[in-house]
Design a protein around this ligand. Structure first.
Ligand code: P53
Length: 476
């Protein structure tokens, strides 16, 4: 098997709200993740009106990395990680989001964490906003429907860029900023943008407005960051789940093209610095008179990203509905159909390693930027047997995806910075709030009910991934 370039960033990825716990520690404010209850495969997570008594909020304590970070980082070093992707919990720095001064105790926590990582030669890779904005900004300002959010976000970004200018080089602005557009569901609108639909509101319009403010805030952050440290690498972050046409019917191909455009237009804005023509036309047709100023358009042009970070888990299949509108914008669940050539995970996600190679080529062709796979992995139920966890299904998933990633680099010539499998230490699922939907190479003894010893244990995939990193991807 072929190898990867020297300096390839092998790592692991998590997000603050899904693993830190310590939801009220040292002055932390309530984030949007703190008002989301536990769900499961069939039950949606509920978004409650503030923190309510008697509810199970899995992110509150998560796996208490906040209390275990030294021992955990030691374990990450033992795994052999070259880099570690996490996010900074905005609410540790600005508990409500609209304060003038940051919370020193929160800043200190990340100083300690980054120092601990550097002690073992692990490079931090930091997302500024990963589904965890201050809840106060939702109740007071309606989330990203308000232009004021741009100021709150850039203030937060400026504070952490300055504070960690010599400790963090790799940044991303908004995690999976495109979920809201591709999925347009309650969960993604809330996690991406803190949006709760008002009665009678055209939430799609609001989503486009919020998304616009986010891309402007991201572009400003890119410019601010580069001024603070010209060596910063500041990326965007998209989820990509390629939408394949079910059959060669040209209408299905057009449907697939439009599904990709509808979910990936953020990449045009954040990488090319401008809106795609089809979307401007769509706004016109819908009569969306959005607050997009000429000054905003200049900001977008001047604040394009240095690289594309993306998550890849699964692919999708679409087909045109019988009375498909000519603009192919129909949002209909019936258009997303199972792929008869693939198997699904226990959560119904289509397992498709080749789709990763496709995604790498897709981004590379369009944007000609360095790419970074910052999430990939298999959520599965694990069984502990005599103190061991034999997760051969996870090893097999990762192995097949890494093979395709290596083909993209060595055959297709894609410029790839690194690979950080998602949830390499078990954590709270973003979609379902479950602990038992596990992605880790490190097992954490905690379950959906919220009980367990929090003990960390190595799964079989731990030794396997260690070897993969050690051989720079040669020994899979
Ligand atoms: P969970 C949907 C589709 C693609 C990525 O997801 C997604 C989601 C959310 O369900 O989210 C990303 O935990 C996200 C992570 C999340 C991970 O994928 O639902 O960036 O925060 O945990 C996996 O299984």
């Amino acid at each position: 098997m072929s190898k990867l370039p020297d300096g390839f960033l092998w790592g692991g990825a998590v997000a603050a709200h899904q693993f830190e716990g310590g939801w009220q520690a040292d002055g932390k404010g309530i984030s949007i993740a703190d008002v989301m209850t536990v769900g499961d495969n069939k039950t949606e997570r509920q978004i409650t009106d503030g923190v309510q008594p008697g509810q199970n909020y899995p992110n509150h304590d998560a796996i208490d990395f906040y209390g275990h970070y030294k021992a955990d980082v030691k374990l990450f070093a033992e795994l052999g990680l070259k880099c570690f992707r996490t996010s900074i919990a905005w609410t540790r720095i600005f508990p409500n989001g609209d304060e003038d001064e940051p919370n020193e105790a929160g800043l200190q926590f990340y100083d300690n964490l980054f120092d601990e990582l550097h002690k073992y030669g692990i490079e931090p890779v930091i997302t500024l906003s990963h589904f965890e904005m201050p809840y106060h900004l939702v109740t007071e300002y309606g989330g990203w429907r308000s232009r004021k959010m741009i100021d709150f976000f850039t203030k937060f970004a400026t504070v952490v860029f300055k504070r960690y200018r010599n400790k963090v080089k790799y940044w991303m602005t908004f995690n999976e900023i495109n979920n809201q557009s591709g999925m347009l569901n309650k969960w993604s609108l809330f996690t991406n943008s803190g949006l709760l639909a008002k009665p009678g509101e055209d939430i799609e319009r609001t989503m486009y407005q919020a998304s616009h403010y986010e891309t402007v805030a991201s572009a400003l952050a890119v410019q601010i960051g580069h001024k603070i440290n010209p060596d910063f690498q500041i990326g965007a972050m998209f989820s990509i789940g390629p939408a394949y046409p079910l059959t060669p019917d040209p209408r299905n191909m057009m449907k697939s093209e439009r599904a990709m455009q509808a979910s990936q237009w953020y990449a045009d804005v954040q990488c090319k610095g401008k809106y795609p023509a089809w979307l401007t036309k769509y706004f016109e047709r819908k009569g969306y008179d959005l607050d997009i100023t000429l000054a905003d358009l200049d900001v977008l042009k001047a604040g394009t990203v240095d690289y594309i970070g993306f998550s890849y888990y699964a692919s999708h299949v679409v087909q045109a509905v019988p009375d498909e509108a000519e603009d192919y914008m129909t949002r209909d669940a019936k258009t997303d159909v199972p792929n008869p050539t693939l198997k699904a995970s226990e959560w119904g996600w289509m397992i498709d390693p080749v789709g990763l190679r496709y995604a790498l080529n897709w981004f590379s062709d369009r944007y000609d930027l360095p790419l970074f796979i910052v999430e990939n992995g298999l959520g599965a139920f694990d069984k502990v047997e005599g103190g061991q966890i034999h997760d051969d299904y996870r090893i097999s998933y990762l192995r097949e995806h890494i093979k395709q990633m290596e083909l993209a680099v060595n055959v297709d010539g894609v410029n790839l910075m690194g690979y950080t499998p998602w949830g390499f230490i078990d954590l709270v699922s973003a979609g379902t709030g479950q602990m038992d939907k596990r992605y880790g190479m490190i097992y954490v003894d905690k379950n959906d009910a919220g009980t367990g010893t929090m003990k960390r244990m190595k799964k079989d995939s731990f030794a396997w991934y260690h070897k993969v990193i050690e051989t720079n991807g040669a020994d899979l």
